[in-house]
Design a protein around this ligand. Structure first.
Ligand SMILES: [Zn+2]
Length: 422
């Protein structure tokens, strides 16, 4: 990805640097050649040539670019799950995926971690973004997902005579688990996304308390993935599934819905991060009926929401690492609404705006494995900087409205925001 050349001073804003320090009113963020050169009050920084261009951030919050830690670029706001794998050909989904990536960047997300993708599209989307073919967040890819046969993601009945090849590698036993991971190794993914458990979406045979992979299969996934230096994560709702994942050596948990003390201890002992993606549950409950979601499914989402809120609080209080990602790409939870996850964590889970922003920046970068380059405004890091009108520490929901996004810098290049147009 091309970065800017020369210097830029972002002045007059309230700087939230993501390191845990209190925000500083009127501090300056200096960019140079695509990197952050310095952050601080102008009086503390060396004087600069008056010719250096200035970006006026008065009345704005200046913060690190956001990280969407559970991003499905290829989910096209579907109302029926089975549409995901049969509605459109790969050509069209690739175009939709590219459009979703641009939208995420325009919403202030300068980096994202894929939570699974159709047809290995995210690997190639990442390349297109890195090579400035299309705009989008700096991406960490995961390609097709892995699930046990008959599990949550194996929804096409036998009579349809089609599998799930585009979206999921279905496995039976450790040998097939290894084979699936090896396919992903060849595809070039960085994270392996698996389905240790079911979900409220499938109340009959794969609900949120059902296991969709055996411990042996999960062990085989981790052993093979780690051998090739890939990381492993999984859709983990049921308590036993969470523990299976942690015991197998998973590198992250998606959702971590029904935690107990033993699961928490296992998680903390290796500092395994979790991405709850909880607003999805609230959106399902509130908007699901419009899209024909049954009351049984909605009841399951209510239980998931309640359990997920408890677990997120438990992890935060224990000092665990939480990332912000929202599973966007469903009709009731469409792309573009990413920041609703952040508001939800303040209004419904009880986190402070500073805690949520730290999860969405510094922790996100850590989950991506790029904490040395991204996630905080510190000298030497990439100049991925977001400027938002208003005080986000008072009202985090300002992020939900794109007209408040003044500037999105990636490597010091202004990529999006209202500042592009004036
Ligand atoms: Zn997901």
């Amino acid at each position: 990805m091309k970065s800017a050349s020369g210097r830029l001073r972002i002045v007059g804003g309230m700087v939230f640097d993501g390191t845990g320090k209190d925000p500083v009113q009127g501090a300056e963020v200096r960019l140079r050649d695509g990197l952050i050169e310095a952050v601080g009050l102008a009086s503390e920084l060396p004087s600069l040539d008056p010719e250096v261009p200035v970006f006026d951030a008065t009345g704005c919050t200046v913060l690190p670019g956001l990280v969407e830690a559970h991003f499905h670029s290829t989910y096209f706001n579907v109302a029926a799950l089975e549409d995901l794998d049969i509605k459109y050909p790969v050509e069209y989904i690739t175009l939709l995926s590219s459009s979703n990536a641009r939208l995420a960047l325009e919403c202030g997300y300068t980096a994202a971690r894929s939570g699974g993708s159709l047809h290995n599209i995210d690997v190639w989307l990442k390349k297109a973004i890195e090579e400035d073919v299309v705009p989008g967040p700096r991406l960490v890819s995961s390609g097709r997902e892995i699930c046990g046969a008959g599990g949550l993601m194996d929804w096409n009945p036998e009579f349809r005579k089609i599998g799930m090849e585009g979206l999921v590698l279905l496995i039976n036993g450790p040998a097939e688990a290894r084979s699936a991971v090896r396919k992903l190794v060849k595809d070039g993914v960085e994270w392996v996304k698996t389905y240790p458990t079911g979900d409220a979406a499938s109340p009959d045979v794969n609900d949120h308390h059902t296991l969709c992979m055996t411990a042996e299969e999960m062990n085989a996934v981790v052993e093979t993935a780690h051998n090739h230096r890939l990381k492993v994560t999984g859709h983990c709702r049921a308590t036993e599934g969470i523990k299976n994942a942690l015991r197998a050596g998973y590198d992250a948990l998606e959702h971590a819905t029904f935690m107990d003390q033993e699961a928490l201890d296992l998680m903390l002992s290796r500092d395994v991060p979790a991405v709850p993606a909880l607003y999805f549950e609230k959106a399902s409950i509130e908007r699901g009926p419009e899209f024909g979601m049954s009351s049984r499914v909605i009841d399951g989402h209510k239980e998931t929401l309640e359990g997920g809120i408890k677990s997120a609080r438990m992890i935060l209080e224990a000092g665990g690492c939480l990332g912000m990602g929202g599973d966007y790409g469903f009709a009731w939870n469409p792309h573009g609404d990413y920041a609703r996850e952040l508001t939800f964590f303040v209004t419904d889970v009880g986190f402070s705006p500073a805690q949520v922003l730290t999860c969405a920046t510094r922790n996100g970068a850590k989950i991506l494995g790029r904490e040395n380059e991204l996630g905080t405004l510190q000298a030497g890091k990439l100049a991925d900087v977001l400027v938002v009108s208003g005080n986000l520490l008072k009202d985090i929901s300002l992020l939900e409205n794109r007209s408040n996004i003044r500037a999105v810098f990636q490597g010091g290049v202004l990529k999006a925001g209202t500042a592009m147009w004036r």
